[in-house]
Design a protein around this ligand. Structure first.
Ligand code: TYD
Length: 137
């Protein structure tokens, strides 16, 4: 079962010229350790609000600060790790089985997620006590 050290910040390719940057994730590249089935993004998170507060049973995700910054608090039931995301060309890989809280959103931030599966509420563990039972199996 994954632990917080299986979560890693991946540097994504950046094509730079004087008019700015572009990051491309091409299916052929293999930088992303899973096939992307779904993309979603969070925006307009009110100041002081937290999100996340769950784990996934099977879902792999890459979390990107497409704009602004926020903190991702990773928790494997034993160890917590806090990651600041604040550059659009870095992505945090989160494998299945990791509890995450999303905090400290800067004004105007956009949290982009690339996910390995379609949305499935049954894949979520939203209760921390249930999560601890899941991890002890
Ligand atoms: P959730 O994943 O709990 O958000 P966060 O991790 O940002 O706090 O999702 C919030 C709501 O949006 C929840 O009611 C389910 C819905 N939702 C979908 O319908 N489809 C999706 O792909 C996602 C990610 C969420």
């Amino acid at each position: 079962m994954a632990n917080v050290f299986n979560c890693s910040v991946l540097e994504l390719p950046k094509i730079h010229n004087r008019a700015g940057n572009i990051t491309v994730l091409d299916h052929a590249d293999s930088i992303i350790p899973f096939e992307i089935k779904r993309i979603y993004y969070l925006f307009d998170v009110p100041g002081g609000e937290s999100r996340g507060g769950h784990a996934h049973k099977n879902l792999h995700q890459i979390i990107i600060a497409a704009s602004g910054s926020f903190d991702v608090i990773l928790d494997d039931g034993k160890i917590k790790r806090s990651i600041v995301l604040n550059r659009p060309n870095y992505g945090l890989y989160v494998p299945p089985g990791i509890w995450r809280d999303l905090e400290n959103f800067s004004s105007g931030s956009v949290l982009l997620v690339m996910a390995s599966e379609n949305y499935d509420e049954n894949d979520y563990i939203r209760d921390y006590e249930d999560y601890k039972i899941f991890k002890s199996r």
